[in-house]
Design a binder for this molecule. Structure first.
Ligand SMILES: [Zn+2]
Length: 472
């Protein structure tokens, strides 16, 4: 009876130990150093800032498609590409100039590109102008607006008087062309215009309507008809300038792209989910969330009950709380925002709530589909050449993983007890197996000792009776 009391829990402990050990080895542990490795690759000069419409942007799309194929995901559309067309900024032949000329065409002043002026990518509906004081001119403290032939041009002094920041391209922006200038250039231009000179400006960009691709695949769930959960990130960024500076976009958003890739490897290893998990790498976020707007609109019926977890800028080294970003119309009581905030509180994760339409969740919120963006709201380097992998920190990547994985396990893996607690099960089953084995061995040892003693006693008893017999 005593032996059974030990053997049964010992067998259970050993089985639990073996099962959790097996699970441990079959799981691809989320490795943030691999995320950093991919951030490094996507933000390198090889991909030239991944501007939508460029060859390098196509190459990233192809790399992501290849990755989904390699991980054996199912294509959301025929070949993982979800195509759409939109306006993109397009580099054309020629060199930029900003000059001042007199009425005979003599050049009075030639400003230097990158030092005195530089294009802003906001729009290139037009790319050249010659104007003077007879045109519609509005002179302000920090800008100069010139209107000609119903087109409007803005020459403005950016924040901090530097040209480091490169804007997103917005094809319905107010002005037709934007030029950044220093405050010195602004003062000079004002003077030349007042004196009756002509100002001439050209930047070698125009706008082209192009076909772009989102990249989308999914892990099929047990119930493919259940509303899916969607994990997304945008892979494009703002390209290069005419001086050859690459805007690598390590944080924005090579980080989210690389994060989703590593998350896919982890999820693929933990078994079949209960519902479909969709992964979408959006294109053209930096052109006004064009990829996500297309996707949300095109598949709104399929997505209406789903949850979208978008990842945009994860891995800041500025020790920020994880931002759970809802749309402008959301509040802390919006169900998905509330649910994820509670999840963070429960896991002692530092978070903040943010409500802005400044990433790919916007298009889904406009259609009342649950969506948030996870983000390290660090705007100190983004959209500048300084957004480099050197400033990426794995700690906040791991934090984001903890939250996203918990939400996924709850929502797509039915709160699987083994997935959540496997490490503890492994630890405790190992300890209890050792303790119970020792008790069992002790018990066996005591039992065999008792048997030896009994044998010895009976041996002595026999010998004693033999001796008695002989002595008789
Ligand atoms: Zn972004």
């Amino acid at each position: 009876m005593k032996k059974n009391i030990i053997i049964l829990p010992l067998i259970i402990s050993i089985i639990l130990f073996i099962l959790s050990l097996q699970l441990k080895f079959s799981i691809h542990n989320f490795d943030s150093s691999k995320v950093v490795k991919n951030i490094k690759s996507f933000s390198s000069s090889k991909y030239q800032g991944r501007l939508a419409g460029t060859l390098e942007n196509d190459q990233v799309a192809l790399t992501l498609k290849g990755f989904l194929e390699q991980e054996k995901l199912k294509p959301f559309k025929g070949n993982f590409y979800d195509g759409f067309t939109t306006d993109v900024p397009n580099r054309i032949e020629g060199n930029p100039f900003l000059t001042v000329t007199d009425s005979l065409g003599n050049v009075i002043k030639e400003f230097e590109y990158g030092i005195d002026y530089k294009e802003d990518m906001l729009n290139f509906k037009t790319n050249s102008i010659t104007f003077n004081k007879t045109d519609e001119i509005a002179l302000k403290d920090s800008n100069l607006q010139a209107g000609k032939n119903s087109k409007y041009y803005l020459f403005y002094v950016p924040h901090n008087n530097t040209f480091a920041f490169r804007s997103s391209f917005i094809n319905d922006s107010v002005h037709d062309m934007y030029i950044m200038i220093t405050d010195k250039t602004l003062a000079d231009l004002k003077e030349y215009i007042t004196e009756g000179y002509n100002v001439n400006c050209f930047v070698p960009f125009d706008v082209e309507n192009k076909k772009l691709n989102n990249v989308a695949g999914f892990i099929q769930g047990v119930d493919p008809l259940a509303p899916p959960i969607v994990i997304s990130s945008h892979f494009d960024h703002v390209g290069t300038d005419l001086q050859g500076n690459t805007y690598g976009g390590a944080l924005d958003n090579a980080s989210g792209t690389a994060f989703v890739m590593e998350l896919i490897k982890y999820l693929k290893s933990i078994g079949k989910p209960e519902r479909n998990i969709l992964f979408i790498f959006f294109n053209a976020e930096e052109l006004g969330c064009k990829g996500s707007t297309h996707f949300a609109t095109e598949y709104s019926d399929y997505l209406k009950e789903s949850k979208i977890l978008n990842i945009d800028m994860i891995g800041s080294n500025n020790n920020l709380p994880l931002s759970i970003m809802g749309g402008k119309k959301d509040t802390i009581d919006t169900p998905l925002v509330k649910e994820l905030s509670l999840l963070c509180s429960k896991n002692n994760i530092r978070y903040s709530n943010l409500f802005e339409d400044s990433s790919d969740h916007e298009a889904f919120r406009d259609l009342n589909i649950d969506a948030v963006t996870f983000c390290d709201y660090d705007i100190t380097k983004i959209h500048t050449p300084n957004d480099k992998v050197d400033y990426i920190n794995t700690k906040s990547i791991d934090t984001c993983f903890k939250v996203v994985a918990s939400e996924l396990i709850t929502y797509a893996y039915g709160d699987n007890y083994f997935l959540i607690h496997n490490n503890n099960i492994l630890r405790y089953s190992c300890i209890s197996s050792i303790i119970l084995s020792l008790i069992f061995l002790g018990f066996l040892f005591m039992k065999s000792e008792k048997k030896v003693n009994q044998n010895l006693a009976s041996f002595l008893k026999i010998n004693k009776s033999k001796n008695n017999f002989y002595s008789k």
